[in-house]
Design a protein around this ligand. Structure first.
Ligand code: FRU
Length: 442
């Protein structure tokens, strides 16, 4: 297919609309990715769950649509689990819009082991609406210490936690976040709760949640909290005012991790778009792209534990192998700047730098990210600055992925990522890094 902006290394549906990643789970060595999908149009209509699978997180095979709207509503975002005896279940939000108001409930679906047949739980909805317009995006995890399932689900601008032993009867435990992190006029969406290990081996809980508008860049973005979760409540280890971001770009939303009980480093993926212009991006047969998968690690910083993200080695290698192939490019870059000096990364053979790296002092550095207007896409242009995290003296290291207009730039040992979509005239145009020393291509 010769679609100009069809990515080579990122998942995009064959046709139709796509937003959030849903139901991410690894079963018998196969990664399954479901996604918010309207197979019949490239503008979000009645939501279905699309489905794709991969054995290496590089090549994706799209499968038939998994979930169709029912009498309970269309199928909004949710998650997948595997029980101890190997049964697979999906949870999603059934969405209706009577009287011009959202009405949302949580539903359970039983699946076979190949994830090819799906049966609605007769008791659906398993959680009725508690009187909230925004009550959605159930993420279910196994909480071993209390021997129960936990569901994180957004309640307006907080995350609610429910517990269950049988996946059908759920008890409300608590809510978190009303006064923590970033709030705006947009809802919180698509929570995820994962246990992770700090470098000293201690266990901590990470709560990720999307904020629909008013994120770090203009519009939608993915924030996270680090703390403890005892099966009942989440306690923030940082001050309520602390804002932590999984990405500082404008196209990394609704991030979710693969369901996993093994304790391995969680791997996330996000929808590489932003609600403020998602419906107007340039498109042909499809609209919507996922980010590259990223492994999440807790690392020690002067401010406490933070999440560093790394593209898995296999994905990195596969990407590097095709660098230069019609619009894909991957490079590790090291730039040594004296205080006050700047370096520029210019993409797509264009003139104006898209990223400008600035060494501000021995201890500080920043990246200015610039995107030009695109006709027909209001609010797409931007120009703002992202501080690098704890830049030591000496060269600054960056890793860059470009895939048909989707750009992911990582730095600060994975503490800072900037994911931005572009719709350039020449997606395969040259990438030029001034004062660059190319390190390696793998
Ligand atoms: C986030 C979101 C979710 C919702 C889904 C609908 O992008 O708004 O909260 O379930 O998209 O497609």
């Amino acid at each position: 297919m010769s679609e100009k902006f069809r990515p080579q290394f990122h998942f995009a549906p064959r046709s139709g609309w796509m937003n959030d990643p849903n139901g991410m789970i690894q079963v018998d060595g196969v990664y399954h990715l479901f996604f918010q999908h309207d197979p019949d149009s490239t503008v979000q209509g009645p939501m279905h769950w699309g489905h794709a699978r991969s054995t290496d997180l590089v090549t994706w095979e799209e499968l038939p649509v998994a979930l169709y709207p029912t009498a309970l509503g269309t199928c909004f975002s949710g998650s997948a689990i595997e029980t101890a005896d190997g049964a697979l279940k999906l949870f999603y939000t059934a969405h209706q819009r009577p009287d011009d108001r959202d009405f949302q409930t949580q539903c359970l679906v039983h699946a076979d082991r190949a994830l090819t047949s799906f049966t609605s739980e007769p008791a659906n909805p398993v959680i009725d609406n508690p009187g909230l317009e925004c009550f959605r995006d159930p993420k279910v995890i196994w909480h071993a210490p209390t021997d129960r399932w936990i569901m994180a689900v957004t309640l307006g601008q907080s995350v609610g936690f429910y517990s269950s032993t049988d996946l059908v009867v759920w008890t409300f435990e608590s809510a978190f976040g009303e006064t923590d992190g970033r709030h705006s006029d947009g809802p919180w969406e698509c929570p995820d709760l994962v246990a992770m290990q700090a470098p000293d081996g201690s266990e901590h809980w990470v709560l990720m949640v999307g904020i629909g508008s008013g994120a770090y860049g203009l519009g939608s973005g993915s924030q996270y909290f680090i703390g403890q979760f005892d099966g009942h409540r989440f306690t923030n280890a940082n001050t309520p005012a602390t804002e932590l971001w999984l990405d500082y770009g404008r196209d990394f939303y609704a991030a979710q991790s693969f369901f996993d009980r093994s304790g391995a480093a969680p791997v996330n993926m996000a929808w590489a778009s932003n609600w403020i212009y998602a419906r107007t991006t340039q498109t042909q047969a499809f609209r919507g792209v996922m980010s590259l998968p990223r492994e999440m690690h807790l690392v020690d910083t002067p401010d406490g534990l933070r999440i560093a993200q790394r593209v898995p080695a296999g994905v990195k290698q596969a990407f590097a192998a095709l660098t230069g192939a019609t619009g894909t490019y991957r490079q590790d870059i090291e730039i040594d700047l004296a205080v006050g000096e700047q370096a520029a990364i210019t993409l797509f053979g264009e003139k104006r730098p898209h990223f400008t790296l600035h060494r501000l002092s021995q201890q500080s550095a920043a990246i200015r990210t610039v995107r030009a207007e695109v006709a027909g896409m209001p609010d797409f242009a931007h120009d703002y600055v992202v501080d690098l995290a704890y830049p030591a003296q000496g060269p600054l290291a960056l890793e860059l992925y470009v895939d048909r207009g989707l750009v992911e730039l990582g730095t600060s040992d994975g503490l800072v990522w900037i994911t931005n979509l572009f719709f350039p005239e020449h997606p395969a145009g040259a990438v030029v890094v001034s004062t660059m020393q190319a390190l390696e291509n793998a």
